[in-house]
Design a protein around this ligand. Sequence first.
Ligand code: GLA
Length: 755
Amino acid sequence: MMNITFHSSGRVFHLQGCGFSYISMILPNGQLGQLYFGAPLADRDGFEHMLVAAHRDMAPCPFEGNGDFSMEDIKQEYPVNGNGDLRNVACVIETPDGARNADFRYVSHEIHSGKPKLAGLPATYVEHDDEAETLAITLQDDLLRLQLILSYTIYRDLPVITRNVQFINDGNSSVILQRALSTNLDLPDANWDMTEFTGAWGRERHPQTFRIHIGVQEIYSLRGHSSHQFNPFLVLKRPHTDEFQGEAIGTALVYSGNFLGSVEVDNYHVTRLMMGIHPQGLAWTLAPGEAFQTPEAITVYTCDGLNALSQALHTLLRTRLARGYWRDRPRPILLNSWESTYMQFDEAKLLPIASKAHELGIDLFVLDDGWFGHRDNATSSLGDWVADRRKLPDGIEGLASKINALGMQFGLWFEPEMISKDSHLYRAHPDWMIRVPGREPLQGRNQYVLDLSKTDVVNYLFEAMSAILSSGKVSYVKWDMNRSITDVFSQGRPREFQGELLHRQILGMYALYERLTSTFPKVLFESCASGGARFDPGMLYYAPQGWVSDDTDAVERVKIQFGTSYAYPISSMGSHVSAVPNHQLMRVTPLKTRADVAYFGTFGYELDVNAMPDDEQRQVRDQIAFMKAHRELIDTGTFWRLISPFEESEVGLQQGSEAAWMVVSADRRHALVGYYRMIMPLNEGYRLLKLAGLDPTATYRVHDTQFPLPASQFTYGGDELMAHGFDISDTGFGPFTTDMYQGDYLSRLFEIDAV
Ligand code: GLA
């Protein structure tokens, strides 16, 4: 279903999406009111009675003699400062006289098929116009001659509504945008739990759920990147909603810089969900004739639980946000040098690793940090993107040729947005660093941030990176970003510019990505920011995969990948098998467990394969063959979360003791199930693992990929596997047991095939 109707009698817009209705109206004062967002409603005239307004003491009212109509308690599409709405609003504009009032009234609207591009910003797209319909409503503040265009797109096949806002200054004087969020949703009640995805370095995107309350609850970043601390994505769900049933709304921002996600419950229990660029520090001067485009916000609606919500986002992000040559292609299995050599390497050390990796079936060798300038540690050389001939006598091209000659692709690490003080670049262009003149800039990891609001800087980076990529021998780039942005000031720029810098920095980064990805369309880009500090929808538009976390421990990775899966498709999650003891935690987990976790991602290795004993090398060879055989299922199948590592499990095991997930092929004939048992209990009750997403009428075989258990002899109905499950009991008893699965940090991987 996909239909947008305007009912002129009641001046009502009805967006009938795939599985939801969204209804708004032109209010008596010309502004836009929000009426409904929820389960699908049949279209008809007469929804305007959904507008509720009542007399509230002290509420400011626009109509003399009518105390019943106030923006203070009316649900709105895009609340603006100065209209009597005294809650947090979506937009604050300072006018030339210093006032902070605006009054946008309906002028016109357009409904058309397809979805226009957003200038300079990443956004979801369509391949054919019949995939989506767009409503663009133009409002105007007559005094300022400032236009506001609210755009909404609904997709034919996905329960999604995307929104963005454009400001156009048609007047004669400048205004300053101090707050210009991308979306606002006013929901009529407050009976919601909120889930945010929070963490820190090494433990990104752990879900945290709480009951919302009167007042404001926020997620945000003020770090100049979307951050480890919060992801630009939040979920509101009904208290009884779980993974498999119930109503939920998820909103994500397609943006990689400072953001705000705010959920405010007002004193009449209206829940206002807003998301957009964080207003702190923003002061964007919009001169006559200029336009300002907000990032896009994506909102998903479901009545069918959190898995359904995630699945809709996965499809949208994987097929209509990610782009380019690699979007639908099987990604290469890579070996990244970081945890095997760190910065202490030379060609003689790298080539044997690459050679063994190739022998085991790895497609791509990635050289991480340390190859340029004279970078032996993190104190120097960022900005000098020229090979260090001490380590690589024949340069990058020479090394890449040798790797290519082995039959492997070659990939390279860059951190384009950064500069070291100890670099030729800094000595030549000290003014390219973001810093406040007269103050000692803060450093992070001994490095500083380049000012990408300057075209010269973007041009320099494009040239420096192109010089390496144009050899044609580098087929992958890991694009890192390892410090937050502080000392926000663009040297040599006027006062008015400074409040624009952080957003212009992101626009500059996007412009550089756009130029590089379009000039080198076959190069695969993977984004990274000290692990997953910039794992957001904006990056997916340029880089179809991202490094999820620097924490490569299998136990921790289950949690991080599980949390990340609420919004992001597993095909976008960079996941590697690393050495034990693990370099972050010193934990020792079996090689099988490490691979069983990494399979549910892009898959690769981050260790010295030559340091592995022969039997482990054989296992690696088998793992690679397994991944190649299952890659299509993993990349394109439907992902289901089954058992959360963040909750006490159904059989009473403490939180984090076990977890499970699965991926099911589009035709539902094949599935792969990962079950992770972190802590082994002794002599527990019987254990059944219930599956999801199968064809209830089909018959399946269940095959444990490690041990052909008796279970493999049976066949099961799809309905049975989903309603009852299959037996995975393992009771323990040490040396006396016949169980093959004993100990902690174990995993089981099941192939489910229709017979
Ligand atoms: C960051 C990345 C790592 C690695 C190092 C190199 O921490 O997340 O994967 O590339 O930088 O310095």
